[in-house]
Design a protein around this ligand. Structure first.
Ligand SMILES: Cc1cc2nc3c(=O)[nH]c(=O)nc-3n(C[C@H](O)[C@H](O)[C@H](O)COP(=O)(O)OP(=O)(O)OC[C@H]3O[C@@H](n4cnc5c(N)ncnc54)[C@H](O)[C@@H]3O)c2cc1C
Length: 393
């Protein structure tokens, strides 16, 4: 078997992997970033909405932005509309072209000095003395032993890297959102707002979305709870019904299916010689399903910590815990709040959702953050949201 050696091997070239690779390479490390697919960013499994916080990591570029949105319209099951607009947006702001965005991030990692290898799939971990010491990788029918001081698991929702080192990455069906999405064109839509639709007949334990992609096209999709998905009640069945009602004459030019981890962050994101980032560490807001920015944020921290740890020749779990402490400080609370809000709001009846939407009529919500919305709702519905308030405050 062929063998090679690097300081760090990063598994998965999504936003989490590319940001980790970029940061570590920029600090002088020999970094190998491996991706099982033959093209970075493809297939797209995403609604592609992000907030302006992305500007902390990259300078927005027209080449990978499809549309800019001013706010969001949220529709209750009875059609009542709640408008959220303002400059402090969470989950909306830009609609990306991830096919190009993910490539751009990988390009940045390469420019910083990382080596990128496509069609290369990690298929096992090299372990010695309780430390991850690299991965076995398969490419074109050949397996290579890739030794490294540190392994980064940035391998997305289906992550196996953590499990190989004994981290419990199992997700129950109720902790997953099962999604279906069409890229549609020839449709009449509001290009300045993202739109969200709630209701147990539209998307049980989830929501439907329309994210404008410019001109007459949009990502039209929905996610439902993994525990309510079943025969004739699959995400695609709900999506077909949604599209049939709203865009009967629209054309579908791409279909996408995927899953989002809504469990809240993983209990342990590090082991000896190993760090998990992004979806692999369940860095996703459990209420909204948004994970791109968290993946980038966690990637930057991981790259920074691993670079220092390699320079210090200390890759122990204890040393790498700095990564966990830092991501928890930066966004752990937001994920915890999102999880509690998800448990509460995804179990409300349509009548309760309508009542909440009615209570927000005439209210101007200028900050589209989960917290701003919940605070507004709790002030207006103390009885209905008493349980949620107790959980959060
Ligand atoms: C339907 C849907 C809609 C979404 N909409 C939004 C949204 O609008 N906004 C938002 O912020 N988030 C959204 N998300 C979530 C978002 O896509 C993820 O949170 C984000 O992509 C996480 O980045 P990542 O780098 O951790 O993982 P990924 O982007 O999934 O990248 C993981 C990479 O690892 C590779 N890989 C996996 N296993 C291996 C292996 N063994 N060897 C080598 N390579 C491997 C994969 O091919 C992939 O390229 C959505 C997700 C879905 C499914």
């Amino acid at each position: 078997m062929e063998e090679e050696r690097h300081d760090v091997v990063v598994v998965g070239a999504g936003p989490a992997g590319s940001l980790t690779a970029k940061k570590a390479a920029a600090q002088g490390l020999d970094v190998l970033l491996i991706e099982r697919n033959q093209e970075i960013g493809v297939p797209v499994k995403c609604a592609e909405g992000v907030n302006r916080a992305i500007e902390q990591f990259v300078v927005p570029d027209k080449r990978w932005i499809s549309a800019e949105v001013k706010g969001a319209n949220i529709y209750a099951p009875d059609g009542t509309k709640v408008v959220l607009s303002g400059s402090k947006m969470e989950e909306v702001g830009y609609v990306l072209e991830r096919r190009l965005f993910d490539k751009f991030l990988a390009h940045e990692a390469a420019r910083a000095g990382a080596e990128i290898r496509l069609k290369t799939e990690a298929c096992g971990i090299i372990e010695a003395d309780g430390y991850a010491r690299g991965v076995y990788a398969r490419s074109m029918g050949q397996t290579t032993r890739i030794y490294a001081d540190a392994v980064i698991g940035a391998d997305g929702v289906e992550s196996r890297v953590g499990r190989w080192m004994g981290i419990n990455t199992r997700l129950r069906p109720s902790e997953l959102s099962i999604c279906a999405e069409f890229l549609m064109c020839d449709i009449d839509l509001n290009n300045e707002y993202s739109e969200f639709f709630l209701g147990n007949t539209i998307a049980p334990k989830g929501y439907a979305w329309i994210f404008p992609k410019g001109d007459d096209s949009a990502n039209v999709g929905l996610g439902i709870g993994g525990d309510v998905s079943g025969e004739k009640h699959r995400a695609i069945d709900y999506l077909r019904a949604f599209v049939h009602e709203r865009f009967p004459a629209g054309k579908v030019i791409a279909e996408m299916y995927g899953a989002v981890p809504l469990s809240g962050p993983i209990r342990e994101s590090v082991a000896n010689g190993l760090i998990l980032v992004g979806d692999a560490a369940r860095h996703v807001n459990p209420l909204t399903g948004g994970g791109i920015i968290y993946a980038m944020q966690a990637g930057e921290i991981a790259g920074d910590v691993v670079a220092q740890a390699v320079h210090e020749h200390d890759l122990s779990k204890q040393r790498l815990m700095e990564y966990e402490t830092r991501w928890k400080k930066e966004f752990g609370k937001r994920l915890d709040t999102g999880l509690k809000a998800k448990h509460f709001l995804f179990n409300l009846s349509d009548d309760d959702l309508n009542t909440l939407a009615h209570s927000l009529q005439g209210v101007e919500i200028k900050e589209l953050s989960t917290w701003a919305l919940l605070t507004e709702l709790m002030q207006r519905n103390p009885r209905l949201l008493f349980g949620l308030a107790k959980l959060l405050l």
